[in-house]
Design a protein around this ligand. Structure first.
Ligand code: AMP
Length: 200
């Protein structure tokens, strides 16, 4: 993590906002790994690791894994060789405690996040899209109330994280409504405007 030219990004977006797809494209454009804590937890649960066993219940209930565990996981992940050119975080940090931890962790290398990409979406439009998808896939538990609740949890969580990063002056707001390509282009434009040029 000592590479000063490294590009360190975070992407934030509501469930159903296409964040995963954008994260993949963005990581590729900048030649950096996309690191999703949700994916890491899911992989550990699938493989039945100690960590997986500890977080299984928590994630199944839609609760947040304790900061101490999540922070340790990220601290460890950010020591791996592939993060030398930087990284794109997805799903972390999610609490103010995690923001503080990450800020201190990066400060040890005189670094900070270069940009926090915030995908702005129209909640009603996203809810309708997710409702349609749930119907098509026969996911009867995903009622409008459940879907709306997830959007509200996201809004509450991210509001605090975004406020913390707004203080650091690194938030890049991007209109997340439109085709994958349109949104991807807007993200790149927003990052380029901050002097963060893609590598590929
Ligand atoms: P996600 O795919 O990002 O929605 O994450 C799936 C689940 O993993 C969440 O519902 C949480 O239980 C857990 N999780 C992922 N990231 C974090 C985080 N940064 N802090 C706490 N729990 C997390």
């Amino acid at each position: 993590m000592t590479n000063t030219a490294a590009i360190r990004l975070l992407i934030v977006g509501a469930p159903g906002a296409g964040k995963g797809t954008q994260a993949t494209g963005l990581a590729e454009a900048y030649g950096i790994p996309a690191i999703s804590t949700g994916d890491i937890f899911r992989a550990n649960i699938k493989n039945g690791t100690e960590l997986g066993k500890r977080v299984q219940e928590i994630t199944a209930q839609g609760q947040l894994v304790p900061d101490s565990l999540t922070n340790d996981l990220i601290a460890d992940r950010l020591t791996e060789d592939d993060v030398a050119p930087g990284f794109l975080l997805d799903g972390y940090p999610r609490t103010v405690g995690q923001v503080e931890f990450l800020t201190e962790l990066l400060a040890r290398d005189d670094a900070k996040l270069d940009a926090v990409v915030k995908l702005e979406t129209d909640t009603d439009a996203v809810v309708q899209r997710l409702l349609k998808r749930a119907e098509e896939q026969g996911r009867v538990d995903d009622t409008e109330d459940v879907i709306r609740h997830r959007q509200e949890v996201y809004q509450a969580e991210t509001a605090r994280v975004i406020d913390a990063y707004a203080e650091q002056g690194v938030v890049v707001e991007v209109d997340g409504m439109g085709t994958v390509d349109e949104v991807a282009q807007r993200i790149l434009d927003g990052l380029k405007a901050r002097g963060l040029e893609p590598r590929k």
